[in-house]
Design a protein around this ligand. Structure first.
Ligand SMILES: [Zn+2]
Length: 183
């Protein structure tokens, strides 16, 4: 059961004010509440637990093991699935956190998405630009929520989103390697 929300002209909020206060970050963005635990073994799921994803993305921690991500002269290491391969890796918006060297070796065999083919990138600049999550329509605009919206921090829609993932824009990228699907 998702935590009940109310939508007013000011934005979306959890009906329970205590839950709302806990789930709001320092920028006032409301985050999805998960009943599961953020601890425990890493899971190679399509989406990381929101708390874990946010911590990894904000702190440049490895998507798999939460240790600091690898960094060298060409920037930080990102390993991304080739699904829906963009024309350019420059300016790509990623909800997948960076990785450490050890996990970059093992993750492609463990993670179903990476197993289908992946790219290794070095990224010099990766600004936090927004969040992915559920975007609720304003009260005067009836409609269904958009369950997977990308909302930038400077969008007026930001108060109407329940965020699940922090998103960084990858700039000054260098492609290190492409890997085909692992049979
Ligand atoms: Zn790692």
């Amino acid at each position: 059961m998702p935590t009940p929300v109310t939508v007013t002209a000011f934005g979306v909020a959890y009906e329970d004010p205590v839950a709302d206060a806990i789930a709001r970050d320092q920028d006032g963005v409301l985050w999805a509440v998960c009943r599961g635990t953020a601890a425990g073994k890493p899971e190679y799921a399509a989406e990381l637990h929101p708390e874990r994803q946010k911590a990894a993305m904000e702190g440049f921690l490895c998507a798999c093991c939460k240790k600091p991500a690898a960094r060298d002269d060409h920037g930080m290491l990102w390993v991304l699935p080739l699904l829906g391969e963009p024309e350019s890796w420059e300016g790509l918006r990623s909800a997948i956190p960076p990785m450490c060297e050890a996990c970059a070796q093992t993750a492609p065999r463990m993670c179903p998405q990476l197993r289908e083919g992946h790219v290794k990138l070095r990224v010099r600049e990766a600004e936090l630009v927004g969040v992915r999550g559920t975007l609720y329509p304003r009260p005067d605009r009836p409609g269904a929520p958009d369950l997977d919206a990308l909302v930038f921090y400077d969008y007026p829609d930001l108060p109407f989103v329940v965020a699940r993932q922090a998103v960084r824009e990858l700039r000054h990228t260098t492609v290190v390697a492409f890997a085909a699907a692992i049979p």
